[in-house]
Write a protein that binds this ligand. Sequence first.
Ligand code: UDP
Length: 793
Amino acid sequence: MPVFGGPTKNGVGSGRPASTTTSGRPKKDPHDFADNLKIKSCPSQRQTQHALKDIKMEEPAAKRAHIVGMENDVATPQQPRMRLCIATCNRADYSKLAPIMLAAKADEDIDLSVIVLGCHLIDDYGSTYRYIEQDGIDIDSRLHTIVRGEDEAAMVESIGLAMVKLPDVLLRLEPHVLIVHGDRFDALSLAASAALMNIRIVHVEGGEISGTIDDMIRHSITKLAHYHVCCTERAHSRLLAMCEDNNAILLAGCTSYDKLLNTDTTNCTAVLEKWLPKDVQPHDYLVALQHPVTTNISKSLKMFGLMLDALLEFGKKVIVLFPNIDAGSKEMTRIMRQKGIEHHPSFKTAKHIPFDEFLILVANAGCMIGNSSAGIREAGAFGTPVINLGSRQTGRETGENVLHCREADTTEKIKQALEIQYQKQYPPSYIYGDGHAIPRIMKFLKSLDITGETQKQFVFPPMRPSHHRDIDHILERQSALAVDLGGTQLRVALIENHGDILVQTSNPTPKTNEERMSKLLEMLMNLAQKAISLNCRVLGVGISTGGRVDPRGGVVKHSTKALEGWSEVDLRTPISSMLHLPVWVDNDGNCAALGVRAFGCGKGVEDFVTIATGTGIGGGIVLGGRLIHGTDFCAAELGHTKVSLEGPPCQCGGTGCVEAYSSGLALQKEAQRLHEEGNLLTEGGHLENNEKITAKHLVEAARLGNQKAQDIMDRGAKAVASVVVNLLHILNPSRVVLCGVLAPAYIETVRNIVKKEALPSAAHAEIIASTLKEPALLGAASLVLEYATRRIY
Ligand code: UDP
């Protein structure tokens, strides 16, 4: 029975004419890709500057690409039929490549050829080429490329042997494109051969991180590959960080999820009977799959022995898979034999289990243990509990289901992990895919230019022209570009590591989203250029904006009244693409809190709240050192805390919010009213003809003794004090920080009211007016500086 079901002829994305640019990069179909696949364009800084003034946020990606340097784009010439070659080396890559092979085979516009090499052809590793044949895939070339020995030198010789054999095959097949998967040593020989022979390489699953030699191999293949099909946002970001061209990256998701999310795993009796000892029940057995760690073989052998001992003592039924061919695997097999695993009544062993049956076993397991990528990728989608041993998957993104046991140096430790994880229930996680990778990949493949130049372009971030003056380089300052996008002003600053604002520019906030985005990009590009001349190394862009923000996605979810239409705006993608820098985004109230934490009186304070006064009123809550965002990113919207039942209408549509009493806008309205009544001007005050009345006039009038103005200010302060008292009773923070222009005007009244009205045990909190000039801008910078200076990829 075939393992992978494939689409029918014409089933997936066939028949669309190829669309390319003469620069050799795929030309994006914005309506298909830009939204779903998050393809971004990454021009160089110089290109960008020329094009900036023409850019509109919602311009299709293809048009952007044209603007930023694909000027030679001409009518697409008719492309020849694509000769696509896919090479598979082992069962691990086959489970990811098979769906692509089947879709390509069914596609009339593609001539598929398949090369099989590596341990697919070795009996000790399950002769897995048979499953390829069973799937109905014609194998064009079988290459014996494994030099046995299963040690480090044998891996190197195997690469050499493959590189001796591959040129003949590639010369014969003449592929336009070769697809290579992952991080195994065989894949390196494929990529190196194809690159040297000017064959376009599409690398699947680049940008991920894990332990062992795999990382180095995977990233080396990234450098050799012309195009990348990756699985997660983070992988995508890392590819960009590795200076890969964004136009050459497709974020598709993991191909095996297309199968995995469409498999009924509940019908499992036959599979369990086949692969496990007798009378086993679903969720009452384990799957063990552990491979050698080639960078520390002796440690991984010890760990393997300890895992088997722990499983023997745990006493449950287990299917143990033999390890892959990496250096050390022979020794592992010997350990299994020494411990009598193959003949133990509670154990069964297998060299390989066909993918669809493997999925059913993983989905129904009480626990999976070892260091296979399957524990991280496939098991997550089923919520199967996993114990990940050692360093082989270090750094991979995981769901909640994975318990890491990095130093698995005693049987006891592993047994404890088994006690914790066995039969525990976890929600499924879909970090690696949504089940729609294949249609995306097929469209991407068809968009490649298969006739143009194969010269690869790397996209380097903006750089100083030269570093020959070494002392300058040493003195280079780490810094961030910070943005504060408010209802009235759009401000951008270059801020260095210690919070010094080196340059700041400001413009009125444009009215439409397109204008805002365009102006923002222009201001950022100018400042990035300036940073170079100021000897600053810009680590990223931090954005403080009004509205509810999803900081993980870098997206403004819902606008506020002050920034109309500013909803569902992805700030990260266009800015990151344009500047080739990482981008962080958060709400302005939250950013003010972060600014206070990084550079102000919140430094080192575990629990504090900020109330930011400006045109509106924002807030930020830090508890246990962490900023609180809430379920829908709506936490700390303190401006809309109700302080009266029948209060004045608020911009949010409600009534009685503190913002309706105490914000700059509320005070401005009151100042205007007093002015119209002729009650604003006081002795010593001054008003120009036609001068616009603002909150400042009210504050000034109060200062000069205008009682009516003072009453309004007191009311504003009282409303803020009510919020503070409520916060003290809800959160019991040790500090409340008022920031923004109105903080000095409110602080005394707030302190007095809190002293009287807060419960004694909550009233100890310090109420402080922040002296930070630009808390939101500084907070935006801290998003970058705090993350970027301690990040580990
Ligand atoms: N796999 C399979 N049958 C097996 C073991 C593994 O189909 O018996 C597939 C499965 O898709 C799994 C992948 O091979 O995710 C990788 O497994 P393995 O642990 O061999 O390699 P790794 O990716 O950890 O190097």
